[in-house]
Design a binder for this molecule. Structure first.
Ligand code: SF4
Length: 74
């Protein structure tokens, strides 16, 4: 049986929200009958992305409002 879950990939301090936030990846695990397959990351998000999306100004790539800024790559 396969399974998937969100796991932290990287934790940073973000000035926009003045706290630690994490880059999370949605990890899909292979079926039991495919043990040689490694887990795969099929999506990524910021743990505060939804909240930042509600700001009235452009913030960053992970909030969906400013694709040119990625605090996790700095
Ligand atoms: S969505 Fe962007 S601005 Fe908001 S907490 Fe995450 S990294 Fe920081």
């Amino acid at each position: 049986m396969t399974g998937k879950e969100w796991k932290d990939i990287k934790v940073i301090y973000c000035d926009h929200v003045d706290c630690e936030v994490s880059l999370q990846g949605q990890v899909v695990y292979p079926a039991e009958w495919m043990p040689e397959q490694p887990p795969r990351i099929i999506a990524e998000r910021c743990s505060h992305g939804l909240e930042c999306n509600l700001y009235q100004k452009a913030v960053c790539h992970w909030s969906g409002t400013n694709p040119g800024v990625d605090p996790f790559s700095e």
